[in-house]
Write a protein that binds this ligand. Structure first.
Ligand SMILES: [Zn+2]
Length: 335
């Protein structure tokens, strides 16, 4: 930010009251043509924090793209106090090929931050993004989905030991916060380490637009807008999700038998210790192998492609206490 309140990046400037759609060059193709990411910067008339909203660091994770585009192009931002930097598709080569990683040597863009202008192609791309559109911000939200073949209930991942990050994580107003620092090279981890408190939102599965989750995430962003004063309280309020749990322990329940999985619960469900999560069946549908919940928890993620070898993950279970389990109630099994 300059003294006159303008947002600046390499080669450009967005003054207060201005909106700019730009295609920012982050690399070049084999033909030497530019690889450009779409960026929308909206600088409000009134001063306030600068926040980035990013999606598709993994190229096939679409839900977040819908969230970021909605904020940038559907919302009435006339009264915005502050600046939002919208990055709907970070991994353009992955998006074009609808795959998770950068097609170039299968690099993970979300392990390449903060980047390096003299290193690998992935790190050069990450550097161009990070330096221009992440570092200048005061806070950020990076949207993800589960890996292909699995699906996640909507939850926040954040390093809640850091007060500034905890504030943002709670402001989003989702029921489940998974606490952790974030691996090296992730946008969330590196932005936070650089002094830009950032959280990840996990929501749904790859290759889909899931409207209920997108609407829920938009309500979360509205809530963040209220917490940080980007909108005044007549436009949005900080939301309370009805119940909340902050978990550090999350466990992948793995199959001990190969087979076809008959899941008895869905993402977001609460399951009591000892209840049957799923049954692994053989081709003849004989008895089947029951898989029980080792503790009471909420199902953060489940298999979408319901076939397993021994050792494959079936679901991601986060432990919750009995009181929380009572509040949430539980849905009937065998739906
Ligand atoms: Zn992802």
């Amino acid at each position: 930010m300059t003294a006159d309140g303008a947002f600046t990046y390499d080669g450009g400037k967005v003054a207060p009251g201005e909106r700019q759609n730009l295609r920012y060059r982050v690399s070049e193709t084999y033909f030497g043509d530019p690889v450009r990411i779409p960026v929308t910067v909206i600088n409000g008339e009134r001063p306030g924090p600068t926040m980035f909203l990013s999606a598709a660091a993994h190229g096939d994770e679409l839900n977040g793209i819908a969230v970021v585009r909605s904020v940038a192009y559907d919302w009435d931002l006339a009264t915005l106090a502050g600046t939002i930097v919208c990055l709907p598709v970070l991994n353009v080569p992955g998006f074009l090929t609808q795959q998770r990683y950068l097609p170039i040597y299968d690099r993970d863009l979300n392990r390449s931050f903060p980047g390096d202008p003299t290193s690998t192609s992935a790190k050069r791309m990450a550097h161009a993004i990070f330096r221009n559109f992440v570092e200048p911000c005061d806070l950020g939200i990076d949207f993800h989905t589960s890996t292909r073949g699995r699906t996640n209930t909507l939850h926040v991942r954040a390093d809640v030991d850091q007060p500034a990050v905890s504030r943002l994580a709670h402001a989003f107003g989702s029921s489940v916060i998974v606490d952790g620092a974030g691996s090296d090279g992730t946008l969330r981890g590196e932005a936070t380490r650089t002094g830009v408190p950032t959280v990840t939102i996990e929501m749904g599965e790859a290759h889909r637009f899931e409207r209920p989750l997108i609407d829920d995430a938009l309500a979360g962003v509205r809530s963040v807008f209220a917490e940080y004063g980007l909108w005044d309280r007549t436009q949005s309020q900080v939301r309370w999700p009805g119940w909340r749990t902050v978990v550090t322990e999350k466990t992948w329940i793995r199959a001990d038998a190969g087979g076809i999985v008959d899941m008895h619960y869905d993402r977001g469900d609460v399951i009591q210790e000892g209840e049957r999560l799923c049954t692994i069946t053989d081709p003849f549908k004989d008895d089947g192998t029951p898989v029980e919940a080792p503790f009471t928890g909420v199902l953060l993620g489940v298999l979408e492609n319901p076939v397993v070898y021994p050792g494959n993950p079936i679901c991601h279970l986060a432990e919750i206490d009995e009181e929380t389990a009572q509040i949430v109630g539980r849905r009937a099994p065998d739906r």
